[in-house]
Ligand binder design. Structure first.
Ligand code: HEC
Length: 129
């Protein structure tokens, strides 16, 4: 009995150690959380590639594609956008806006890219104030 429990204790410790090791692994548990601060430079690159055509280079909603859209892209420099929280903007980017050309970016951008692009939009919206 004593011998058995002696054999079990190290096994438990080993299991705990393994689990702890996995939790520290960036690939599995941090998929939904970015553990570094949003990066505006990276956000700018994402913006220029995916958003600028509609929202415009300065975020005024005047990109080259904007004229052909029924629903005009948001002008991030307007006060209404400026007042929105990062979470609100992030939610719109993640899920899109129904009945508008603004589709969901979930699956096209990583969580980190979405947070970075919000940081960049924030910068654009502050420029308008
Ligand atoms: C095809 C054109 C198009 C593209 C590309 C596009 N958007 Fe939009 N976006 C829109 C339109 C149109 C709206 C406004 C929808 C409405 O008000 O009904 C909008 C709204 C938004 C809003 C909501 C703003 C607010 O104040 O509520 C955010 C945030 C946003 N877009 C971010 C992005 C980001 C980030 C990208 C690139 C990853 C992007 N958009 C790419 C057309 C586009």
């Amino acid at each position: 009995m004593v011998a058995a429990s002696r054999r079990f204790i190290p096994l438990w410790l080993l299991a705990a150690g393994l689990f702890g090791g996995l939790a520290g692994e960036p690939s599995i548990f941090s998929l939904y959380a970015q553990d570094y601060p949003p990066d505006r430079a990276r956000g700018k690159a994402v913006y220029e590639r995916h958003c600028q055509n509609c929202h415009g280079s300065s975020g005024r909603g005047d990109g080259p594609t904007a004229a052909s859209l029924k629903v005009p892209p948001t002008n991030f420099q307007r006060f209404q956008s400026f007042l929105k929280s990062d979470e609100e903007l992030l939610r719109t980017i993640e899920h899109g806006v129904v009945f508008s050309p603004m589709h969901s970016w979930r699956g096209r951008l990583t969580d980190g890219e979405m947070q970075d692009v919000v940081a960049y939009i924030r910068l654009l919206s502050q420029r308008g104030q």
